[in-house]
Design a protein around this ligand. Structure first.
Ligand code: AMP
Length: 266
């Protein structure tokens, strides 16, 4: 029995950063990489199922990304994932969530897990759609924003709860194989010990190409995507001015600011 966990290496902005010359992303040197927070929770959920199981369960972490995504996968191995798979090909660069989902679905077909966990969203791009789109490619049932899960490995169904508006809970049952998107707070993710981090550094990461998955290059990247980033920019900040002086001076300054603003708009 196998559980597949989709893990994204996300990027956070350094204090100072610059936009790339093409204006469509942040310059890579100004990004701090880490495992997407939501994916930490879905890995923990898979590990909990594995540890409570009476029969063997294999937890496989999968990431679509260039070599630096290995760092995220090594963290998963250190926490207890049995295997790690990274898929990359330069043609994948510029993929939207639909094209990434196409790749994840191909990995799921190859691995045949009982369930695929994805995060509700990624902290950097926040598409909040990759997991659900993967389910659509696979033609598997899916559920989004899962906040509590009960699953006995080997079972044909899983039972879970979703939080709805106004504190109402939705308890649902789903046929497996299924895709679940996991919400923050479903569990308490563990920390990896120093020893397991060292051990994980020596563990292999399986690297798959598009060819290995039977995906044609035009089906990923910008050509295989239905959306693309036109530009990334920092919006102009509003200005603030403290008006000093006595009441008359303040009133005069305020009147001037209003006149200038009206003049500027005219
Ligand atoms: P998003 O749709 O980008 O907000 O991401 C939602 C979830 O999809 C993430 O929490 C991951 O589980 C999965 N995901 C997105 N991009 C990737 C990727 N490049 N590799 C593996 N999983 C991904």
């Amino acid at each position: 029995m196998k559980l597949l966990v989709a893990v994204k290496q996300v990027a956070a902005l350094d204090e100072d950063f610059e936009i790339r010359a093409d204006g469509r992303d942040v310059e890579a040197d100004f990004l701090i990489r880490d495992v997407n927070e939501w994916d930490d929770y879905s890995l923990e959920e898979a590990l909990k199922i594995k540890e409570a199981a009476a029969s063997p369960v294999e937890v496989v972490a999968v990431s679509v990304g260039p070599e630096d995504a290995d760092e995220a996968l090594r963290k998963c191995l250190a926490k207890g994932a049995d295997r790690a798979i990274r898929v990359w090909d330069e043609a994948i660069e510029g993929s939207d969530s639909i094209a990434i989902a196409r790749v994840l679905a191909a990995v799921a077909r190859k691995e045949s897990p009982q369930m695929l966990f994805a995060g509700v969203q990624s902290s950097d791009h926040a598409f909040a759609s990759t997991g659900v789109a993967t389910a659509a490619f696979l033609d598997w049932p899916h559920a989004a924003v899962v906040a509590n899960l009960t699953y006995t490995p080997g079972g044909d169904t899983a039972v879970f709860r979703r939080e709805l508006e106004g504190g109402v809970l939705h308890e649902m049952q789903i046929e497996c194989p299924a895709v679940l998107t996991i919400q923050l707070g479903i569990n308490t993710p563990r920390y990896a010990s120093l020893r397991s981090i060292k051990q994980a550094a020596a563990k292999p990461i399986e690297v798959l190409s598009l060819q290995d998955l039977g995906i044609a290059a035009p089906d990923v990247g910008e050509s295989g995507s239905l959306s693309r980033v036109r530009r990334m920019y920092i919006p102009d900040k509003g200005r603030a001015e403290m008006i000093e002086g006595d009441v008359e001076e303040q009133a005069a300054r305020l009147a001037q600011i209003i006149k200038d603003a009206i003049g500027g708009a005219a």
